[in-house]
Design a protein around this ligand. Sequence first.
Ligand code: ADP
Length: 814
Amino acid sequence: MDVAAIPGVPDWLPEHLQGEGIEELYPPQAEAVEAGVTEGRNLVASVPTASGKTLVAELAMLSAVAGDGTDASGATEGATDGKALYIVPLRALASEKAEEFEQFEQDGVSVGVATGNYESDGEWLADQDIIVATSEKVDSLVRNDAPWIDDLACVVADEVHLVDDGERGPTLEVTLAKLRQLNPDLQTVALSATIGNADELADWLGAELVDSDWRPIELQKGVHYGQALHLEDGSQQRLEVQSGENETAAIVRDTLADDGSTLVFVNSRRNAEAAARRLASTTDDFLTDAERERLAEIAAEIRDVSDTETSDDLADAVAKGAAFHHAGCASEHRSLVEEAFRDRLLKVVSATPTLAAGVNTPSRRVVVRDWRRYDGAAGGMKPLSVLEVHQMMGRAGRPGLDPYGEAVLIASSHDELDELFERYVWAEPEPVESKLAAEPALRTHLLATVASGFAASRTGLLEFLERTLHATQNADRSQLEGVTDRMLDYLERNGFLQRGAQSAPDGSSGEDSDPRGGDQLQATNLGHTVSRLYLDPMSAAEIVDGLEHGGGGTAETTEAADEASEPGFTRASDLVEDEDGADGGPPTALGLYHLVARTPDMYELYLRSGDEEEYTAMAYEREDELLGRTPHEREERFDDWLSALKTARLLEDWASEVEEDEITERYGVGPGDIRGKVETAQWLLGAAESLAGELGLDCTPAIREARTRVEHGVRAELVDLAGVRGVGRKRARRLYDAGIRTRADLREADKSVVLGALRGREKTAENVLENAGRQDPSMEDIEPAEVDGVEEPVANGGDGADEDEEDQSSLGDF
Ligand code: ADP
């Protein structure tokens, strides 16, 4: 189909697409148009990776946004002027997608990314035509009544097969159901990888289905074994593994000999780093001088991002044409690597599967080196799903650049060769199944559904759940009803919901209403707060309980310890003996970090060997600071308690100005992990502050201090200074040590001292003074004073390329 022949789209679009080199629609895109995607029809497109799903979404969104009469066939249903929402599965993808859509800004279409904290109401988004957000963000905006949600004409769910994901799938499922209930005319477009049961997704969404295997570039799957590549068409190519070389290196070398690049998928961060290090010696031999020069520049940029071993390791590999890519890297690292790979400067990237999730990095060959991954729940290695492996494989072949793509697994025996063909090469992807009927998902979503007015009774809730994929897929409702009832009990018991009609929604337990009476459900004030804060109710219960009952309870003093075996139904307050140390003053930062670290909203750090002993000792040493009852070593939840303690100490280290690279080493984590933990802690402590306010507890100042400290990574005395933009933890410390202790001091202080403490950087000093509100921030003719503990000021007082960025940026900016 010629792009000029697409009905329902704005007049300017055909020319715009032609300008991008798109003359003809790909066959699945044409099918989508024929199915009415530009005329307001719902659509599920199940199409292979890199086959142009994004354009299908763009066609739908632009026709919805610009449906203001420009459309000649004005009679088409649903094509009304409105907003479009594009839901991405990962936060990291939101800005990448928005950048893609920004190409339409020249045509008057505005694009915004909904980021920021969960609780922000996003009113500014009301002016954007296209909004990009994660499903969690959309869920939160719905809970907080973002006004523009009612104006939506079109919603696109990217990677909708992820409804199958146990952790995040239910949010996407429930969010789509809510958006569709709010606005029955909403056009829903769902984009999926190729799956076996796309028809069920279409059923659920009342959508037309485009189910296609078409790819713009040929893909051959295969398995390397011995000295040959065995391909699915039955052919074999010689691919020799030289002595001292492993299979992956041999494949990378073979691809490079043909001027192609390789993407290698492995199963852990450590493996990704190790592979990049090894493969760098292969790619190094193939670089031209010009490439080497540009790679050196990129390596320098990478070193500038953060001051850690990960950063150095990455830069070392990049200088030789190889890189790793995983969630422990900072986002700046990841984008530098992605860009250099797309520019063909990097010849190989070894990645964990996060890269397969949507990031556009096609390459000539893909190697799925590890097809098993450690699974904590299974306690061992588990094979990856066919869907995951096929998505990784789908990254092979760059349209217009490569003649074809090849995606290979590696076998170490003849039996394994056969197994891999059966298991992955010839296999169909698993069906996608709703994971909604799980307890954590339901307790969260049931509360939110009631609190934000989508249902006011048990019957109403069950009716709402009829709109979900779970209902489409399961004729038998007993499982869902069973879990629903148990979770309603839980929510009621913890004071988030009230049953029975007409009692005041004030959290008082409504003694005059029959607790079992009536079908009515009402969120308490506390329940409303929890829902708006986007907390898992179990996290909220843990936080409330910890704050109400202070520190220091020990297992030994508690007879009821063994009853704690049913988590979520037993609150620590039921167990702790009140006279035991409950009022030991305000909570400490460590106590608060531990409290939020043990909630299900903070994923914990794993305990490594030796950790158990260390943190057990610490748990006893600092028991008085920990909020709530410390479980007995025999109790199952003791391990979680220790993991949370490890996370808490990491946060405490960060908030005590321990160097970033020391933290990464001490806890065996990457810089991205520190940022992740810090951000989550900030959010949870903010939520704790609101909960404490709601409950009238007097620990709010302590919580606020702990939160600000972790936000800036500083001790308490630096909080004020570090809050000045451009200051950050290291500069704050140097200013403080030079006698400048507050923001107000910055407005009055001797400029030469400020300049000295900032190592003679004039621009920086001026910025800092300006941000602190100083009248005349100019540093002209100021000589830096000598300041104790600060090395040589920079000779020229310049602000050039050698700017001492260190890790000044607050990690929260990430
Ligand atoms: P998917 O979302 O399915 O993984 P993308 O939408 O990212 O794939 O498309 C992959 C590439 O194909 C993009 O670079 C896009 O510009 C290009 N593309 C999409 N549709 C067409 C088309 N009809 N003609 C030419 N190139 C196209």
